[in-house]
Ligand binder design. Structure first.
Ligand code: PAF
Length: 283
């Protein structure tokens, strides 16, 4: 497995594969790989002739008071796991090669409206712009045939699908189901921040979403009533501070008042101590 830090070198390698008519499956990551990432990598490996990943903790998608400095970076372990899965190349650039050594060297940003004006876009200003910009750059460097994204970051998935459509990228976005711990907690690199006590409390997110889904499946269509049922479960864990809990149209992410057969999604963002967790579930 090659580990490449120079964008031009990665671009050349990927272009040579595409010229040879090989398909490339791409899994963009920020490292600190967990079972969810590895599942994306396995699928990319199965469905393409080449499988590549990127490991880059993208500063542009972190706010000033967020966890950029403490974001885990077990690079050796990550690359070993990828090599074991048969990854062909890991693109691991530095901040300076991606954004220039001074802020003014990078003046081009990708904004995906209206998604950047809702949910994660509001609670983490600039985050989705950072994601959309780095994903655009990575697609240009890696020229993937298919790119694999976990549904755990549901709004990110919608942003990436939109930018691919709007900017005419020739890549197929493959959404992959969220991988969960046995107790339902969605796999996330940020789970490592949770104390044992917080880790136990975090399971309330999945329990609450499941309660909402069960009520919807029993025929309830009022979003207010489904929200109230979820709130009852959330109340069991006062340590969890909700940021937003909402039921939205799964395509547009606009809030719903009634379920009427459209595809709907519960979205949750919450804090447990200093850790921010997000999750979602299809209704
Ligand atoms: O989901 C992530 O890990 C990141 O947002 C991504 C897509 C790798 C962009 O930095």
């Amino acid at each position: 497995m090659q580990i490449i830090s120079e964008p031009r070198e990665m671009q050349r390698l990927c272009a040579s594969w595409r010229c040879g008519r090989e398909t490339i499956g791409f899994v963009p990551t920020m490292g600190a790989l967990h079972a969810g990432h590895l599942e994306l990598a396995r699928r990319a490996k199965r469905e393409n002739q080449r499988m590549i990943t990127s490991i880059f903790v993208n500063p542009a998608q972190f706010g000033p008071r967020e966890d950029l400095e403490r974001y885990p970076q077990p690079f050796e372990r990550d690359t070993q796991q990828l090599a074991d899965l048969g990854c062909d190349a890991v693109f691991a650039p530095t901040k300076d090669t991606m954004y220039g050594a001074a802020d003014f060297l990078h003046g081009t940003w990708v904004d995906v409206t209206p998604f950047d004006e809702m949910w994660e876009g509001v609670t983490r200003p600039g985050h989705l712009r950072g994601v959309a910009t780095i994903v655009t750059k990575l697609f240009n460097i890696c020229s993937p045939t298919r790119a694999y994204f976990g549904e755990k970051d549901f709004q990110q998935l919608r942003v990436v699908e939109s930018l691919v459509r709007d900017l005419n990228f020739g890549v197929k976005i493959v959404p992959c189901e969220t991988v969960r711990e046995p107790d339902g907690l969605a796999m996330s690199s940020r789970n490592a921040y949770l104390s044992p006590e917080e880790r136990k409390s975090a399971t309330v997110i999945f329990r609450a979403m499941k309660a909402g889904k069960a009520l919807a499946q029993s025929g309830e269509t009022s979003v207010a009533k489904i929200g109230a049922a979820m709130d009852e479960v959330f109340a069991q864990e006062p340590a969890l501070q909700q940021q937003y809990v909402t039921i939205v149209d799964a395509e547009t992410l606009t809030p719903l008042r009634e379920l009427d057969g459209q595809s709907a999604r519960i979205l949750v963002a919450a804090h447990l101590g200093k850790t921010r967790l997000i999750d979602n579930l299809a209704l």
